[in-house]
Design a binder for this molecule. Structure first.
Ligand code: SAM
Ligand code: SF4
Length: 339
């Protein structure tokens, strides 16, 4: 079992398969675009698998594939199948924008991946296109349908709440009435934007005015839901919550099959329960989303022994900070870190 300096059990590894993406979400990628890393700086799938196998030996039991957009990475199905064969790995999950999921859902299930989080910030086609700068909502919705049709579960939708986007939260809540979909509202986080020449201080585009707390989200949902006849919004007990590896708190309207949840990285930070490490697509091990301290795993994977790789995991555990201390901005953006 892996524990860090503060006694937290670390059993969850998020792997960014690529820094590339087929969308350009306004809060994730800078308006001026992203310079993709050259191919030789991106870990090969074999390198990721070698690292993951050692991480599993060190106590990691859950892996989430993310990005960038993980479904644009060639070879992802075989990669899932190989990861899935590791003894000691309980589960593997995917975070995706969903636009390519209709193409891959069945193959993913066949390879052993059923847990999927689809990021979807608006149900309005025009707002969706504005947020993603180029996306078509039909593709994301088809991806969600395909996930259900292929037997994936739990299927969760992640919506980042940004005040100026004026999202229809109740519209999302209504989705939970028809099928077991779990909509999680995520507080907008100040990630990115402190690189040289960027706005200072803080993350590009992020403002305190745009940050909506989970308490406000829940108040709005409860009031709008009651007014629309959805019934009372009641908390779901932790042991009945849709299987999660993170700190979401879940609620349900009446006896709806789905739930709504909130993730509160800022307003009620959950650093004390943090269970994760992140591997970036270019092979940096990151112990905290908000800390720019990274360990160079790529050169170790390319020139070192398995013991050297193991040592990088141990030093990440040693360097994992106790809390993010309300830090605003990071050198790299979310698509590069692997959100
Ligand atoms: N492309 C995939 C997707 O969109 O799900 C995976 C990578 S994306 C970086 C992972 C998650 O990070 C998405 O749910 C996205 O909404 C979220 N995200 C990106 N920037 C964020 C920010 N500044 N605050 C909160 N969440 C953010
Ligand atoms: Fe791409 Fe996901 Fe970032 Fe949107 S949030 S730009 S889909 S990586």
């Amino acid at each position: 079992m892996a524990t860090d300096t503060y006694g937290r059990r670390i059993d969850y590894l998020r792997i960014s398969l690529t820094d590339r993406c087929n969308l350009r979400c306004v809060y994730c990628m800078p308006a001026k675009g992203v310079v993709w890393k050259p191919h030789d700086e991106i870990l090969t799938l074999e390198e990721i698998e070698r690292f993951a196998a050692i991480a599993v030996e060190e106590g990691i039991s859950k892996i989430r594939l993310t990005g960038g957009e993980p479904l644009v990475r060639k070879g992802i199905i075989g990669h899932v199948r190989r990861l899935k064969s590791f003894t000691g790995l309980e589960a593997i999950a995917l975070t995706t924008n969903g636009t390519l999921l209709a193409r891959y859902a069945e193959q993913l299930v066949d390879a052993g991946l059923t847990r999927v989080n689809v990021s979807l910030d608006s149900l309005d086609p025009e707002v969706f296109a504005r947020i993603t700068r180029c996306g078509r909502i039909e593709d994301a919705l088809a991806g969600i349908d395909a996930a259900f049709a292929a037997g994936m579960g739990p299927v969760k939708l992640n919506a980042v709440v940004v005040r100026s986007l004026e999202q229809d939260l109740l519209g999302f809540a209504r989705l939970t009435l028809d099928r077991p979909v779990h909509v999680r509202f995520i507080e907008y986080m100040p990630v990115g934007g402190t690189a040289e020449g960027e706005c200072e201080p803080g993350a590009e585009g992020w403002t305190r005015a745009d940050h909506v707390t989970a308490d406000e989200i829940l108040e709005r949902l409860a009031a709008e839901g009651a007014a629309a006849g959805l019934g009372a919004l009641t908390p779901v007990q932790r042991d009945k919550a849709p299987g999660g590896w993170g700190p979401a708190r879940y609620y349900r309207f009446g006896d709806a099959p789905g739930t709504v949840g909130v993730i509160t990285p800022l307003s009620h930070h959950f650093c004390g329960e943090c269970n994760r490490l992140r591997l970036t697509a270019d092979g940096r091990l990151r112990a905290c989303l908000f800390s720019d301290e990274e360990i160079d795993v790529r050169s170790v994977l390319r020139g070192g022994t398995d013991e050297d790789v193991r040592a990088t995991i141990r030093s990440a555990l040693e360097s994992k900070p106790e809390s993010h201390s309300m830090r605003v901005g990071t050198t790299r953006g979310m698509s590069q870190i692997g959100g």
